[in-house]
Design a protein around this ligand. Structure first.
Ligand code: ADP
Ligand code: MG
Length: 602
């Protein structure tokens, strides 16, 4: 609840306005009900009850009656209809204005929350996504958000408006007749008890429903991402069955949930009707006995007021059960927002890319690094590497040997808890993440390109870059030529995911992107692996140029890419088994030579 209050805090003034508008709307509702008494009096031409009334409402109505009747009976009825029409209109106008306020509050709270979620999603460490299902994260943005808006914000709104209505109605009822109202009040706790019983188990069911929904989203997402494989393996039926099964379970749970929610309203309406009958009996008895000024007209108004009170009472009970349901989602959203994020602050002086003068002669150094993703499964064991400024280090080794993990640790995508990693002589553990990452340029196997112009895609890591700088980076990545040949050059839109480009071109753009930041350290993780042999050869020539004079760590599956490196480190099951230049390792005749020979066969 405190979570929702915090979300609502910026909109306190609007809530106050909403409350005021609801109060006005309720007041006009009451006046329409009360004035019916006068209408009936005019219609039946009843002159006076003969009882001097102490009731202000009765007196006011009396006054109104006295004034209206001076126009003649027929005219009075017409005039009176106009008055009722005006009252009704006012009631509806204020009701509408209140609804507008609440809509603004709801949509804005949801907007704020969605912004927070997105920001959070980006700030969570990558290790979070190893644990979490993607669909689960997506569900927080979609269905949880909808449920939260409907369940919590929606029910908060009807809670407020129905409480206001009921309090005002009750006050008026008490004013009209205490005895009769006491009877009503005695019945209310009974209603509350029944409703609370229904709502209690709702939250748990709702939680289960949301979880199943997030799984459903996961499956859909997986399927859409892997349609090619599914079709290729003729696995349509299999996927279909799996989906249907989840969908069936999900639907079953939802049914159970709605059964509970829907029970609240008929039960409370039933109780309401019991009370109405009680009022009718008890009230007529009071009227017949001429009890303290309860005239028959006032009694009719009283019953009308009470009947008008039933919908807000019903809303109140529905709001309670909806609230329960929404709370489950609120908890999920809140839990996500409370996940620990990477501390991402920029350090005091914002570093201008590439401007730092080196203090240490080694750009990067790993000292006795041990690492495991999961407790007890070591992935890196006692890694010692140092890359002198301006040289290239190559990491080779079979798939799963830990090459990418080393790159991830240097970027601090994962925290290295054992051993030390130094960038320019300083431990990266003490460096703000934003600073660290601004000093490293990463080109990976999967390029992330946006549906935007070529220039915008290159400038992604440095939004302020000038056109000259972008072109320079593109030239260095040997991308200038093909970009210039495109219909609108650098302003050509490359389509969704860079769909218009070949693999080699995409990779060249992502190299240009990395170079534009003029990083102290360039990391190429299998940058050429996704390419066919021909584009790979083309790109290799590029890489030779790019790497000249730069500090770089190159991870490559194909060894021809790394033969020119200043040092080659061979990894096996997370351990360094050989190191040296290409010639030295060939002369050694060990693991590396074996790999080279194997590869030259194909
Ligand atoms: P390489 O890049 O050399 O192919 P990786 O560094 O990607 O190897 O992986 C090294 C080992 O760590 C592998 O056994 C892999 O299964 C494991 N691994 C990689 N990423 C994760 C992760 N996010 N969570 C758990 N284990 C992982
Ligand atoms: Mg890898």
């Amino acid at each position: 609840m405190s979570f929702t209050l915090r979300n609502l805090k910026p909109y306190g003034a609007r809530w106050a306005l909403y409350t005021l508008l609801v109060v006005l709307s309720v007041i006009f509702t009451m006046s329409t009900a009360l004035s019916v008494a006068d209408f009936l009096k005019i219609l039946f031409g009843e002159n006076d009850t003969g009882m001097p009334s102490v009731n202000l409402v009765a007196k006011a109505l009396e006054g109104l009656y006295a004034w209206l009747i001076t126009f003649g009976r027929k005219e009075a009825l017409i005039l009176f209809s106009v008055i009722i029409f005006v009252l009704y209109s006012l009631k509806n106008i204020f009701g509408y204005l209140a609804a507008v306020q609440i809509a603004v509050i709801r949509t804005r709270v949801v907007r704020d929350l969605r912004n927070k979620l997105f920001r959070k999603a980006m700030r969570l460490p990558l290790s979070y996504y190893d644990r979490a299902r993607k669909g689960d994260v997506m569900a927080r943005f979609s269905s949880d958000m909808v449920e939260y808006e409907e369940g919590v914000l929606g029910s908060l709104q009807s809670l407020l408006s129905s409480v206001i209505s009921m309090v005002l109605f009750l006050a008026m009822l008490v004013y009209l007749n205490v005895k009769l109202t006491l009877f009503v009040l005695l019945m209310l706790p009974l209603v509350a008890l029944v409703v609370a019983g229904i709502a209690r188990r709702l939250k748990r069911t709702s939680q289960a429903v949301q979880e199943m929904n997030s799984r459903l989203i996961s499956i859909t997402d997986e399927t859409m991402g892997g349609l090619k494989v599914i079709k290729a393996y003729n696995a349509i039926d299999f996927s279909n069955r799996r989906f249907r099964q989840y969908n069936r379970d999900y639907t079953r749970r939802r049914n159970a949930m709605y059964r509970r929610i829907d029970a609240a309203s008929p039960v409370s309406e039933f109780l309401g009707s019991v009370i109405v009958i009680g009022i009718l009996l008890f009230g007529s008895w009071l009227v017949m006995n001429g009890d303290n000024g309860l005239t028959s007209e006032l009694f009719i108004s009283y019953v009308m007021l009470f009947v008008l009170m039933i919908p807000p009472a019903k809303d109140l009970t529905t709001a309670f059960s909806q609230m329960r349901k929404g709370r489950a989602c609120a908890d999920r959203i809140e839990a996500f927002l409370n996940e620990e994020e990477e501390e991402y602050e920029m350090s005091g002086e914002k570093r201008v890319a590439g401007s730092s003068e080196g203090v240490s002669s080694t750009a990067v150094e790993l000292q006795h690094v041990n690492f495991s993703y999961n407790e007890g499964v070591p992935v890196l064991k006692d890694i010692n590497i140092s890359v002198p400024r301006g040289t290239t280090l190559a990491l080779v080794g079979s798939s799963g040997s830990g090459k990418s993990t080393i790159a991830d640790l240097i970027c601090r995508f994962y925290e290295c808890r054992e051993g030390k990693i130094l960038l320019d002589g300083k431990s990266i553990a003490d460096m703000p993440l934003a600073e660290l990452r601004s000093r490293i340029g990463v080109v990976a196997q999967d390029t992330l390109l946006f549906n935007d112009t070529v220039a915008a895609n290159i400038a992604f890591g440095r939004p302020g870059a000038s056109r000259e700088e972008i072109e320079q980076a593109a030239r260095a990545a040997q991308a200038h030529e093909f970009i210039s040949a495109m219909p609108e050059g650098y302003d050509t839109n490359i389509g969704e995911g860079g769909g218009m480009l070949s693999g080699g071109q995409r990779q060249r753009i992502s190299i240009a992107r990395a170079l534009l930041r003029n990083p102290e350290l360039l990391i190429l993780d299998e940058a050429t692996s996704a390419l066919d042999t021909e584009s790979e050869h083309l790109l290799q020539a590029t890489l030779g140029e790019v790497l000249k004079g730069r500090t770089a760590i190159v991870i490559a599956h194909r060894l021809s890419t790394v033969a020119g490196a200043d040092e080659i480190v061979v990894l096996d099951h997370g351990m360094i088994v050989e190191r040296g230049t290409h010639e030295e390792l060939m002369a050694l005749g060990g693991r590396y030579k074996q790999m080279v020979l194997l590869q030259s066969l194909d």
